[in-house]
Design a protein around this ligand. Sequence first.
Ligand code: SF4
Length: 432
Amino acid sequence: MCYAIPGKIEAIAEKTVVVEYFGEKRKAYNELDDLSVGDYVYAQGGFVIQKIPQDEAESILSVWKETFFDLQEVDLKLSRLDLNQESVSKECLRILDNAAEGRKLSREDILVLIKEKNKSALELLFKVANFLRQKHHKNSCCVHGIIEISNYCCADCAYCGISRSNKNVTRYRMSQKEILEAARQAIEEHGFKTLLLQSGEDSGYSIEELAEIVRQIKANWPALIFISFGEVGLDNLELLYTAGARGLLLRFETSNPKLYKQATGGKDLSSRIAHLKKAYALGYLIITGSLIGLPGQSEEDLLNDIFLAKELHAEMYSFGPFISHPQTPFTGNPSASTETMLKVIALARIIDSAHAKILVTTALETINPDARREALLAGANSVMLNATPLKYRPLYNLYPLRAHEKESIEVQIKDTIGLLMSLGRSPTDLSV
Ligand code: SF4
């Protein structure tokens, strides 16, 4: 199964190419040497990652052709919008009508939506977000793979099960050989086109070792590589970019500096923001967002989180619910609700309609097994599947009972494709 539809190069202007598939045209950045107009390629996240032979591309396209337009039709039906709802207040209807029409909402308007409790109003909010997702992104949904390479961390976040103070964790660090084999399986056997390598802030790997791992993956397999190793240092971001990493997942966790200090054992938010700004300046695709439901977090904070992610040029928004871990200082605090999570996702879609890819996080699926479907119908359009070797997965214990912890990658892929097909989504990632 491929999570991308091959496209044909229609035009090349220096490093930018125009890729066409089924009448849709997308721009992508090309780093390959030998591309010509008429070649077939895979593109991910706005990067051309692989040239493929014409006969192979045409065969894949003929399979897709059977279903592509049917899927679009299903998606279109599911994202139709009817704003005539008597049980929703006039004020809420006015705001949602403006949102659906693409008019900019004031901060006050967005606060009204975030405070909304009426079930019918919330259903309508999610529908507006889904309508905007369909309008701007059609039925595409990114399906990326993640490999959690180490659960060592020298940081001490008060909410996190693998923070350095938790002495009850069995630590693991995958060797370079193990990481390369997991990457090979994910790309070659399971068809992932984008792979995220994640760990705690683990000084057990030198930055040269991490760069070499990225370099080796890039040299051996066609894939877009995202990294998530915490705050690696501004200069090291450049080194990893040069090695071939093109995306950075680094959540700022909260836009509130005081709350950030409390949640991270006294760290300064400005350092995290500096990493995100430097990464964007270097050309990384930015995946960022926050932890929803932190003790002491206000609705204003949630709104600021969405705006901060936008300001940081998030290519993909990642909002996860706080889930209490028994061996952390924040234990006993209530987890975020599905309702709040869906509100944040829907509002992110409304605030950054045309640009945002919005991830359904594993943590959200942990608090609600049906959340992937619900979030995809509330503005989200991205999922990540866990391709970490099964023996390590339970040890990456950020919070208890993580969803998909024991599911093989084959089962995750089958279930995900089944869900996407039922919603009329195609598992593709071509940037607008
Ligand atoms: S949240 Fe990340 S940086 Fe903080 S302790 Fe956990 S793994 Fe380390």
